[in-house]
Each structure stands twice: as structure tokens, then as C-alpha cells.
Write a protein that binds this ligand. Structure first.
Ligand code: ATP
Ligand code: MG
Length: 440
């Protein structure tokens, strides 16, 4: 992508409305634009990062055996009347009427709709276990939307829903998602701590929130300080192994039993004072097992091996991609801007032409741009005639992990500079070496 032809409305000034660094940097880097309170457009740079986040989430969901579909944002009120949540949900739900005066709503979550899909076609235990997910916009009329897309009214969620014949089966489904979440957040460059949680209005009795430590977070974390150091399950984890996944899960529930209670002050006080961690964090994921809470009122049942009908045991599993993007920035930035982990960076590398219009600089940059693009790299080429200082500031602000800098003096020697955005380290090397560095 040539910067001269890209759409990236960089802000020079710090936007006044932004209270936290991620919101400030997302606005300054031209990633998002607020359209009305708590409702955002994702501009091209932001969209590229969001897509990469979603793809990692998708890969890990698929690896764990979940199957993707897509459900609508608008739902009929009838479904929610069946479950009893239509009246219970309160003002966070945006209620709408269509032209026939039928009550509709913009979905804040999809338990009812997925249960309806399930009951319409699954009749036998032989079709279980089943886990269906989508990555879709949600709307919650939050009382206090703030911090940009961190807490917005319209936001994106990956929500998965599992169906099992028995509680034991449902626990295995839960452990699959638990394991997939540990892997997902790790691939996003984040340490998300799974904390036992209240089940809240969704109900049920087994639940974890995944929290990233950050001073600006809206959640409280009380745990043992060693709790933040943990092993991440490997890529070839066997998701069908009941014992294998249980042992991953049990590491938390036994080893850290009393120390991972979000809301249990007594358990926290039992930890020796010097070993306590009391901090703030950002909730980026939340998983629930809630048994037959929806399947009973909505009549979602299957025939079991005993020939009898059984209400299915369900769980739901949410991750917020539009919250994760600012959460990643909160965890990874410096005074010059964003520092993207390579896995979600909008571009792999930016080629900076220090003297656009100079034949040697242009030729060198075009050569590198073409070679890296051909090798499948996502390259941003700063071919603008901005001043060098502006180019460096832009590259640092938007946080591309590597910069290849082509200035007249180096180019005359057949060389360029490669800068690592994270460490700031710069290295001069031949043009060929610079290409090989990213291609090899
Ligand atoms: P919170 O306590 O922050 O309001 P929640 O408990 O209401 O979150 P869930 O219903 O568990 O959230 O939704 C699953 C995930 O969706 C959350 O972990 C979060 O990542 C994301 N999410 C929820 N509400 C918002 C929001 N208003 N803006 C952005 N992301 C959100
Ligand atoms: Mg909420």
C-alpha cells in the first residue's frame, strides 16, 4: 500500500475527548472515528488490525472445534419473551419497532437466537457436542460509554455457544474454550488472567473472566502475584482429550483455588500480604456454563441414548475484538505511539522514502516494496513528499513493527537502515540484506 493513496487521517494534535492513551492513539493514528456517542467507524488502518485480531480468534475457535455461522444483529422480541429476558434485560437493550409495529431489538447477545436455531434442527444426542459461534456487532445502550471502542454502545463480539447432553460433556466444552482463550490472548501478545467470576444476568454456576492488567481498566483483580505467570497450551493440544483439557483447567482451580476469586475478599485476605496482587484490569473475554437455563424455557432438547428426551446443557463464550484492539495498545505503546505485536500489526513493515522524487531513493524503495510484496508481506510504502521528521513520526505513531529507511546517503552506498519499532535499534545493511531479512 502506497501511503500517498491510502486513507489514514492522522491527527497532529491530541484529541481533547480522549481520557486514556489507547483512545488518544487510535484517534491520532486515524484508526477510528466516532459517529455518535459510543458508535464508531473503523477506518482502514483500524479495520486491518481488527481483521487480524478476528482471524486469530477465528483460528483458535476452529482449532477447538467450534463452527462459524452468522446471525443477524436485529432480533425479534418474541424469542426473548420465551426465555423471559425481554423484560428483565432493562435499558441496555435497544428496542425498536418495525413498520408492522412488531417489537424488535438490536441484539446485545445471542443465547435465545442460537437456542432457536438449535431446537429447529438438532434432535439427537448423536449430533452433540456442538459449538457454534459468530463474530458480529452487538448493541448495548451502556450507561457510560467511554474510552473509545473500549466501552462503546455498538461493539463487536465473538460469541460461541456450546450444546451437550450432560453436565460432564458441557464441562469439557467449557475447558475447550478455556484452553482456546489462553492461546488466543497469547497470540495477540497479551497476558489475560482467567479469574473466576460472577455469572450475572446470563446466569449459571461456572464462569471465568479473562482480564488484562492495566491501570485504566474498569475491573478489579485480586489474586496471588504468581497467578500472572502461567504456561500457554501448545498449538497441537488435543481438544478431544477430556483429561488433557481438564488438567489444563485444574491448574487454575486447584493450584490457585483460593487466590483467583474476583469477588471473594476473604480468600484474598488469606494470601500472605507480600504475595497479594491487587490491581485493575480490562475484561477482554468472559465464558459461562449455564446448564439448562435457556434450553428448558425454550424447549431445546435431544433424544438421549436412553430413548428419553433431555434438555441440553449450554455454555456461552464471549470475546470483544473491538475492546481488544485498544487493550493491546494499552499494553504496548510508548511516548511516540503504538507498538503492535507482529501478529496483529496493520502492516508487517513500512518502507520510508526519505527523499521522494530522488531517482536513487525512489528506485531503491520501489525495488524493496515490490520484492517484499511479492513475498507475501503486507508493506506500507511512505512515498509522500512529507518532511523526514513527519514520516518518522507517522511510522512510529501507527506502530508498524519494522521500518526500512532509505535516505540519499545510504542509498548511494547501496544501503538502507532497518529500525525495530519496539527497541528503537537501527541497523544499516545492504538493500539485499534488508529484503532477505523479511523474506527469509
Ligand atoms: P463489562 O463488565 O465490561 O460490561 P460484560 O460482562 O457486560 O462486560 P459480556 O456480556 O461478558 O461483557 O461480553 C463478552 C465480551 O464482550 C466482554 O468480555 C468484552 O470483551 C466485550 N464487551 C462487552 N461489553 C462491551 C462494550 N460495551 N464495548 C466493547 N466491548 C464490550
Ligand atoms: Mg456489560
Amino acid at each position: 500500500m502506497r501511503l500517498s493513496r491510502f486513507f489514514i487521517p492522522i491527527l497532529k494534535e491530541n484529541p481533547k475527548e480522549a481520557e486514556i492513551v489507547s483512545h488518544r492513539l487510535m484517534l491520532r493514528a486515524g484508526m477510528i472515528r466516532q459517529q455518535s456517542q459510543g458508535i464508531y467507524s473503523w477506518l482502514p488502518l483500524g479495520k486491518k488490525v481488527l481483521d487480524k485480531v478476528n482471524n486469530i480468534i477465528r483460528e483458535e475457535q476452529n482449532r477447538a472445534g467450534a463452527i462459524e455461522l452468522s446471525m443477524p444483529t436485529l432480533q425479534s422480541a418474541e424469542l426473548w419473551q420465551e426465555s423471559g429476558r425481554y423484560d428483565a434485560y432493562g435499558k441496555e437493550m435497544l428496542r425498536i419497532k418495525d413498520r408492522q409495529d412488531r417489537p424488535m431489538l438490536y441484539g446485545p447477545t445471542n443465547e435465545e437466537m442460537i437456542t432457536d436455531i438449535f431446537r429447529s434442527s438438532v434432535k439427537s444426542y448423536k449430533d452433540l457436542p456442538l459449538n457454534l459461534y459468530h463474530i458480529q456487532l452487538k448493541f448495548r445502550d451502556e450507561i457510560r460509554p467511554r474510552f473509545g471502542t473500549m466501552r462503546s454502545r455498538e461493539f463487536m463480539m465473538k460469541d460461541a455457544y456450546s450444546f451437550d447432553l450432560t453436565r460432564e460433556g458441557a464441562e469439557h466444552s467449557y475447558n475447550k474454550m478455556f484452553t482456546a482463550y489462553l492461546r488466543t490472548f497469547d497470540r495477540l501478545g497479551l497476558r489475560a488472567i482467567p479469574m473466576r467470576a460472577d455469572t450475572g444476568p446470563i446466569g449459571g454456576n461456572l464462569s471465568h473472566e479473562f482480564i488484562i492488567l492495566a491501570d485504566t481498566g474498569e475491573s478489579e483483580v485480586f489474586c496471588h502475584k504468581d497467578f500472572v505467570n502461567f504456561d500457554i497450551p501448545v498449538e497441537n493440544t488435543d481438544f478431544d482429550s477430556v483429561d488433557g483439557l481438564k488438567s489444563i483447567f485444574d491448574k487454575w482451580t486447584s493450584l490457585y483455588a483460593a487466590t483467583s476469586e474476583m469477588h471473594d475478599e476473604a480468600a484474598f485476605n488469606a494470601i500472605p500480604e507480600g504475595e497479594r496482587l491487587s490491581a485493575r484490569g480490562i475484561e477482554v473475554g468472559h465464558i459461562f456454563y449455564f446448564g439448562t437455563k435457556y434450553s428448558e424455557p425454550m424447549g431445546a432438547k435431544v433424544q438421549g441414548p436412553d430413548g428419553k428426551e433431555h434438555f441440553v446443557h449450554m455454555g456461552s463464550y464471549g470475546i470483544g475484538p473491538t475492546r481488544l484492539v485498544p487493550a493491546i495498545i494499552e499494553a504496548s505503546h510508548d511516548e511516540n505511539g503504538i507498538i503492535w505485536p507482529e501478529s496483529v500489526a496493520p502492516f508487517d513493515v513500512v518502507v520510508i522514502n526519505m527523499k521522494a522524487g530522488d531517482e536513487a531513493c525512489d528506485g531503491t524503495c520501489e525495488l524493496i516494496y515490490a520484492a517484499l510484496t511479492k513475498a507475501g508481506k503486507d508493506v506500507l510504502y511512505d512515498d509522500t513528499d512529507d518532511r523526514a521528521g513527519t514520516k518518522f513520526a507517522t511510522a512510529d505513531l501507527i506502530g508498524v513493527p519494522y521500518q526500512i529507511i532509505a535516505g540519499p546517503r545510504a542509498v548511494a552506498n547501496g544501503e538502507v537502515e532497518v529500525k525495530d519499532r519496539k527497541t528503537g535499534a537501527r541497523e544499516t545493511m545492504t538493500i539485499e540484506a534488508a529484503i532477505n531479512r523479511f523474506v527469509a
